[in-house]
Design a protein around this ligand. Structure first.
Ligand SMILES: [Zn+2]
Length: 233
């Protein structure tokens, strides 16, 4: 509360905020942990998977004894242990075109903790349509990316990445990489809710852990974008 621009008002805003964390893996674990610790009053976590041994290098909310459990169950337990004053809704479901609207409508922000582009695109579209801020993050190896998508004529994820990047046969990631990006996603969500600072809108942040640098790429709105050109005016 003693952070300039945050104050008691900022803390109260967090307390009444509702954030959806879509995917409670490598990105969702650090993002939701920091949101819970910061006092975001209502978290909805969505995941359709169970904890596997190979997840443990990066999905830090899930521990050795959790292998085989539902990720949402394991995560709810840890998040409420971090902060018992918040409400955590666990949704054990796959995000589809049928449920994405209902899962994201009316919330203060959606954090992208997915590991695939088709679902990211679904979330992007639903968020643009429902005017919900969407905080995109993605990682691979020692590289990560971050972008905040706000409604109202701002570039969306499809403007930035129109087509799904080619898939590598094997997904590999150094655990600390989603740690970096997930923390930044939590920070963006907290900034949006409290109104602090300048969000990462219209620019994609690229983190390269191999060279240890951050780069920024300007992202412009594609006037013919099928997602945001229909909704934004
Ligand atoms: Zn767009």
């Amino acid at each position: 509360m003693i952070i300039s621009g945050f104050g008691e008002t900022g803390q109260r805003k967090l307390n009444v905020a509702h954030v959806v964390v879509a995917g409670i893996g490598g990105l969702g674990s650090p993002a939701s942990s920091y949101l819970a610790a910061a006092g975001v009053g209502h978290l909805t976590i969505i995941d359709s998977q169970r904890v596997e041994l190979s997840n443990l290098n990066r999905q830090v909310l899930h521990w050795g004894p959790d292998v085989g459990r539902l990720k949402v169950e394991s995560a709810t337990e840890k998040l409420t242990a971090i902060n018992s004053n918040i409400k955590v809704d666990a949704i054990f479901e796959q995000i589809t075109s049928e449920n994405v609207d209902q899962l994201t409508k009316g919330v203060d922000a959606v954090v992208d903790g997915m590991d695939n582009y088709p679902t990211r695109y679904l979330l992007n579209e639903a968020c643009v349509q429902n005017r919900v801020p969407f905080i995109h993050g993605a990682v691979e190896g020692l590289v990560g990316q971050l972008m905040t998508i706000l409604p109202g004529g701002r570039p969306c994820l499809k403007c930035a990445i129109p087509k799904e990047p080619p898939k590598k046969p094997l997904f590999s990631v150094l655990g600390a990489t989603p740690g970096v990006i997930g923390c930044l996603q939590a920070m963006e969500a907290i900034k949006l809710i409290t109104g602090m600072g300048k969000p990462l809108v219209g620019r994609m942040l690229i983190f390269n852990g191999m060279d240890m640098n951050f780069d920024e790429i300007e992202v412009n709105r594609d006037p013919s974008c099928q997602v945001c050109s229909r909704q934004n005016r």
